[in-house]
Design a binder for this molecule. Structure first.
Ligand code: BG6
Length: 486
């Protein structure tokens, strides 16, 4: 086991929640087994109900077996991992119940503490305040906040102001797990380590950009949360915005956290805020109706318990304009939804046509170049180019070929986003986390659309579960003479 990585206590508030079991524990299990977690570190889960350590360990084991990729769970490795688990009963909202946690943490008062708030955002301020009252915040403590931070600018400010009463901005790690995906990080490598892309990456050469995150799953039992947020707050304001920033940002002067985040925030501040007619023309919101998913009939969104009146969108498509020199006139089309035909996330950089085709008038057409960055279901990068079909035919014939830009995998397994991010928190590297000004700039842009939707400036559309989404999204890009990459 590694002695190099920082020695720390990781405290998971909401330790028996879905995120903790689905993502955080598997990430810590891998980090531990791959030698990235110091062998004296402890993983302290807080839970509302009382539970013995044995019961907790058994539950963690069952959940790891469920959520780790097939064949990865190993009993011997688990036995070693289990030694680091601790469970503490705690009521997040009751300061008097933090005593047991204090006792556990005070065994090693100098140890770095990572407070992972895997809770609803409404508890972020409460937990930080209680940690302060109980004197559990040290100079080297960090706090990790899950997105979304608030439901709009005003509520995100309330949360951030509360958290920042007790932690410095440099101690706050606002997670957007999309930034932990390897291919997402590769966008920077691709753009800033290849001369080839440098002169092409602007409005003179790029026609438009598409960012799609489509999910085939529905709300998966998270109705309470999801109905309050919807696709715009759950996905577009954070995950898709972060992807847009990485594609659109200027080269940072270095890879240090603030240089990267300074460039991203410039992009967010350059987003064109929408007028009423922009909201009408450039946004689509929709809810899924009953249909089928992988051949199985599924109910519509409003057929969930108590959902008949819901006006929450499960799909959003938006044309985004960036008002700066590099991107003037280049639309970024974003779309994301649940219960769609496929699970598919990708970024398409669509280049402009060649200035004049010497082939076209002979009935042969040229497909414009595209860079396709796929995040899901498979991570890959392809450059679509035109090429001659080999042979002796009299007339030169063309075909589109894919240049695969995938790095060979030397590792036995690709790390999950949460592994990368958890390790970065352990290493105190905030580059892949959202700074306060980024969150606020993204909300400022999103709030205008959300309020327009609330006033019904665009009507809610519908799409059947298991399809490609509402036709209005097709019309959105068709109005500009374009189509979605399928
Ligand atoms: C989460 C959203 O942040 O991202 C979920 O809250 C969504 O609604 C999930 O399903 C998608 O993440 P991924 O990595 O599976 O694309």
């Amino acid at each position: 086991m590694s002695e190099i990585e920082n020695l720390c206590d990781v405290i998971i508030f909401g330790g028996h929640g879905d995120l903790a079991f689905r993502k955080l524990m598997p990430a810590l299990y891998h980090l531990f087994n791959d030698g990235y977690l110091n062998h004296q570190s402890r993983i302290i889960s807080t839970t509302r109900s009382s539970m013995s350590l044995d019961e907790h360990s058994e539950l963690v084991k069952i959940k790891l077996q469920e959520f780790l990729a097939e064949d990865v769970f190993d009993e011997v490795k688990f036995q070693n991992f289990k030694v680091h688990l601790i469970v503490v009963q705690l009521d997040l909202g009751d300061e008097t119940s933090y005593g047991t946690l204090k006792k556990v943490l005070d065994e090693f008062p100098d140890r770095e503490r990572i407070n992972y708030l895997s809770t609803s955002p409404s508890f972020f301020g409460t937990v930080c305040k209680a940690l302060n009252t109980t004197k559990l915040i040290t100079k080297s403590s960090r706090v990790v906040l899950e997105k979304p931070i608030g439901r709009d600018l005003a509520s995100s400010r309330v949360i951030n102001v509360e958290v920042l009463k007790y932690f410095k901005e440099s101690q706050v790690y606002r997670i957007d797990h999309y930034l932990g995906k390897d291919t997402v990080q590769n966008i920077m490598a691709l753009r800033f380590s290849n001369r080839f892309f440098m002169p092409l990456w602007d409005a003179s050469n790029i026609d438009h950009v598409q960012i799609t995150v489509s999910e085939s799953v529905g709300v998966e039992g998270r109705w309470g949360y999801y109905d309050d947020y919807g696709a715009m707050r759950d996905m577009i304001q954070n995950h898709l915005m972060q992807l847009l920033c990485l594609v659109a940002m200027e080269p940072p002067c270095s890879l240090d956290a603030d240089s990267v985040r300074d460039e991203k925030v410039k992009v967010l501040r350059s987003l064109r805020h929408m007028s009423v007619s922009d909201i009408e023309q450039k946004t689509v919101r929709a809810q899924y109706a009953k249909g089928s998913s992988n051949g199985v009939a599924v109910p519509g969104y409003r057929e969930g318990d108590g959902m008949a009146e819901s006006t929450t969108e499960t799909y959003a498509a938006i044309r985004v304009d960036i008002d700066n020199w590099r991107w003037n006139g280049v639309p970024f089309y974003l779309r994301s939804g649940k219960r769609l035909r496929n699970r598919n996330s990708e970024i398409i950089i669509q280049f402009k046509s060649v200035p004049y085709s010497i082939f076209a008038n002979k009935g042969r057409c040229i497909s414009d170049n595209k860079l396709v960055i796929s995040l899901q279901p498979k991570e890959s990068i392809q450059l679509k180019l035109m090429n001659k079909i080999p042979g002796l035919s009299e007339q030169m014939r063309l075909q589109q070929v894919d240049l695969e830009l995938n790095a060979p995998m030397n590792e036995p397994r690709k790390p999950e986003a949460y592994e990368r991010l958890m390790l970065d928190v352990i290493r105190s590297n905030p580059t892949l986390f959202m700074r306060l000004d980024e969150v606020e700039a993204a909300w400022k842009w999103a709030d205008i659309i959300i309020s327009g939707w609330k006033e019904n400036i665009v009507s809610m559309k519908s799409y059947s579960a298991g399809t490609d989404g509402p036709t209005a999204a097709v019309e959105l890009v068709a109005r500009d003479g374009r189509s979605w990459h399928e």
